[in-house]
Design a binder for this molecule. Sequence first.
Ligand code: CTP
Length: 405
Amino acid sequence: MSRLLLGVAGGIAAYKACSLLRLLTEAGHEVTVVPTASSLNFVGEATWAALSGRPVATDVWTNVHEVPHVRLGQNADLVLIAPATADLIARAAAGRADDLLTNVLLTARCPVLMAPAMHTEMWLHPATVANVATLRSRGVIVLNPADGRLTGADSGPGRLPEPEDIYQVALSVLAEAQIATTLQAQDLAGVRVLISAGGTREHLDPVRYLGNSSSGKMGTALARAAVQRGATVTLVAANLQAEIPAGVTVVTATSTADLALRMRELAQQADVIVMAAAPADYTPSSPSATKLKKDADHGLTINLTQTTDVLAGLVHDRIPGQTIVGFAAETAPTADQLIDLGRAKLARKGCDLLVLNDVSGGRVFGQNTNSIIIIGPDGVLGSVTGDKNVVAHHILNSAIAGQTS
Ligand code: CTP
């Protein structure tokens, strides 16, 4: 359980901060909301008090004996501002202390995470660009906004990332101080990352398919981590049951053949490729164009043909300097046997790194946590257990070490 301070600035996206607050409190965190005066035009104090279950601090003149303008910032494990408007960002960059929230920003020594939301013109204005750069240079984590429909008819970068997306970044920052550092440093700026996620579906007929249990949570966590570290990220998404992170370019694929085609095309522009998807290894040899009907007691026999090995193809066509990461879901009775399977698969596939996990008993699939071992050509590089967003950062660290070595 952590103590968070949720700052809400005066933009229409303030209503989305209600869902963010719910996610945080339901996960057991203690959240004090500090809305700016103008944000109260969008969402009132009573809503924040009810949702947080705590008193709401709105100005520096209430409970002065408790010195709230100093105490609130000092006591927080994370200051999260959502939405961060152009005005709030400008006041923070200037070091102003003209309301309670900007006082908090000057007194907090914990990580500060801002999720901007504003019209595209405001986000792209040189004043905002300079203010964001100033804040980042001082160690504030400023998320890249989503690209999409804004209030009114316009659309473009400036949309608040979905509450779930902000929540996932906040959790990883709380989990590991090192993650805050990489987000602040934007250490993947200029790196082009291509990730596959989800599970493919191989159709038997227009209605039915052979699929698998992959939700795409690990792949989307990798995309989220990479994009928020400054990378340019393309996600090839196969039937995801997970939120697509803000700022990621998405290309959809249904079957293994589709996935192979998309990955092959996009691989030419990628510095790092991560094959986190679970492509089906077999596809019906002759899928039916019409719905298969029941046939008395005769049962149903399906002939299957092996699909393309997407990863092996990418390794074969690898461009110079590219790092390719594969995944391996294995079941093994002991850790040593698991590692042996991983080493054999790394050698067989020819990729640079292999992320190995034990899926005995359906472990991992659809879960928020994962336990992985990262294997390189010389053996085990490391292992990590935790939230998939945290695990994602460790995988990227290993992949990027391969890029620079
Ligand atoms: N993979 C792939 N194309 C396939 C099957 C798997 O690119 N048709 C990729 C996965 O995305 C993963 C890696 O290969 O990165 C290992 O997947 P896994 O299912 O563990 O290995 P397989 O090659 O299918 O071997 P097996 O199931 O026989 O262990």
